[in-house]
Write a protein that binds this ligand. Sequence first.
Ligand SMILES: CC(C)(COP(=O)(O)OP(=O)(O)OC[C@H]1O[C@@H](n2cnc3c(N)ncnc32)[C@H](O)[C@@H]1OP(=O)(O)O)[C@@H](O)C(=O)NCCC(=O)NCCS
Length: 202
Amino acid sequence: MSEIIITTLDPQRRHDAAGIVRDAFWDLYRPGCVEHLILDLAHTAPEYLPGLELAADLDGDLVGVGLATSATVIAADGRPTAVAYLGPLAVTPEHQRTGIGGALLRELLRRCTVLGLPGAFLYGDPGYYGRFGFADAAKWSVTTPDGANFDAFQGVELRPGALDGVGGRLVESSIFEVTTEQADAFDSGFPPREKHVTDTQF
Ligand SMILES: CC(C)(COP(=O)(O)OP(=O)(O)OC[C@H]1O[C@@H](n2cnc3c(N)ncnc32)[C@H](O)[C@@H]1OP(=O)(O)O)[C@@H](O)C(=O)NCCC(=O)NCCS
């Protein structure tokens, strides 16, 4: 029987991992994608967390990738709290909805817990992340850097009560600010692929 194996991503597989992210995100949230470049940049960022760049293998083939980096919740009085920020999380389209994304996410959360981080945040579909315990970040008075809250912005406590009193603005790594132009330049290292406008974009 096929078995999903989750391990720390071998740096030599980083280009292949970016290819998985590209396949999963292409045309999903914008024409083309930027998330493959975000994954590629992560290990160069000060927010990189060793052991939190994961690979999912199925019968020896790389089929999924998950990343967590460190982020900071900055309270109104300037007090910083280090938390985890999850993403990108990607499973190659032909293997989606077979439990691989869930396995990656659970292992990311387990490793973040082992690091002693109080909570993890992400932007994603509440229909998917709710089952892993994620709730609206507003529950802990954590907002975006602009002070906003919305359904997609979610968090989870990694120990009971660990996010109590942590409220503030979540500041993520600058790797999440990549431009389309930078992503296009990185994309030239992959087989050419057309971009399309689709109804999943906003
Ligand atoms: C999101 C993603 C990582 C999930 O991985 P996966 O391996 O497909 O998910 P799993 O098999 O672990 O979970 C499947 C369950 O989640 C549901 N699900 C999967 N993707 C979902 C989504 N985007 N929205 C709502 N539910 C979703 C499935 O319906 C299924 O539910 P069921 O078991 O009740 O039928 C994967 O679909 C993916 O790579 N998507 C494209 C990139 C992306 O959007 N990443 C997340 C950005 S925040």
